[in-house]
Design a protein around this ligand. Structure first.
Ligand code: 5EP
Ligand code: ZN
Length: 274
């Protein structure tokens, strides 16, 4: 992969978020701190430091979780998507209570809203990763593709039962297209998800619940293809596991955290081997 130069960014002052975790159901409190140039993004939990890197991914089932020595930080993807979209390259995330990033309203909006006016552009140039050759990942009935491009572009295509909206969307850099898209699940899946010990914090306050007869949430959808747009947000968050902004054209057909992570591992291997 080629490396393109842009400016590094951090935040002007610490920012705190708190709230329930979608999977743990516990209360979480995190503080984001500014970081120096070339420090990158890292997480601190219970005295451990976890640098943002695919090497620390310990789970991709229903969320992307980072871990070290048995200590895990769950559901980092929505916060990472916001960092990626805002171009934040240096920052420390300290987890003070709980072990999950708060889900808030299920989208990236609150992170975005609080961080966007606190962006500090730093003097040094940052590296961005540019995809240089076509990569395809296939797994079961999903497919994820990366193609060379100068800007980040992400197309997601899904096939959802009981969902009659358009099942395809392309993100071409307009943040407002995806930032409000909430996490989601289907009514018939909830029981199974809970049986697996997941979704303990799920409610209509943070999850778009879809069913045969439509949407359970009052107020309905925030976008016509809100689930598809949320999948794009997840993808952009997972790509940021590489630790640097990514330039390339991506296509995901029914992909999820595990196919995203497969792709990230391939991209990462190419990076460390050049
Ligand atoms: C799983 C949930 C609930 C509930 C009543 C009302 C509501 C939410 C997927 C794989 O965003 C994600 N990852 O980034 C993923 N989200 C989830 O897996 C997920 C379960 C819930 C709930 C509820 C219960 C009772 N009355 C999200 C990608 C979208
Ligand atoms: Zn998500």
């Amino acid at each position: 992969m080629m490396i393109t130069e842009i400016l590094q960014k951090t935040i002007t002052e610490p920012v705190e978020f708190e709230g329930i975790g979608i999977h743990s159901g516990e209360w979480n409190r995190i503080i984001l701190y500014p970081a120096h140039e070339n420090e990158g993004i890292s997480f601190y939990i219970k005295g451990y430091k976890i640098p943002l890197s695919p090497e620390y991914v310990v789970n991709t089932f229903h969320s992307t979780d980072l871990g070290i020595g048995g200590t895990v930080i769950r559901t980092v993807e929505h916060l990472l998507a916001v960092f990626h979209l805002l171009g934040i390259t240096n920052l420390v995330v300290e987890v003070l209570e709980g072990c999950e990033i708060p889900i808030i309203d299920g989208s990236g909006y609150y992170f975005y809203k609080k961080l966007k006016e606190k962006i500090l552009i730093q003097g040094e140039e940052a590296e961005a990763y540019t995809v240089e050759e076509e990569i395809t990942v296939r797994r079961d009935r999903s497919l994820v593709k990366a193609l060379p491009a100068q800007e980040l572009e992400v197309t997601y295509e899904g096939e959802f039962k009981y969902y009659n909206g358009k099942c395809r969307h392309t993100f071409r850099g307009n943040l407002k297209d995806i930032i409000l898209a909430r996490t989601f699940c289907f009514d018939h899946e909830i029981e199974m998800i809970k049986k697996k010990g997941l979704g303990k914090g799920g409610s209509l306050k943070n999850t778009l619940v879809l069913g045969k007869n439509g949407v359970y949430n009052q107020g309905g959808l925030r976008y016509r293809e809100e689930p598809i747009r949320h999948k794009i947000l997840d993808f952009i968050g997972d790509l940021y596991l590489l630790g640097k902004p990514v330039r390339g054209k991506f296509f995901s057909f029914k992909g999820g955290h595990s196919t995203n992570f497969e792709l990230v591992k391939i991209l990462h291997k190419k990076l460390v081997s050049v």
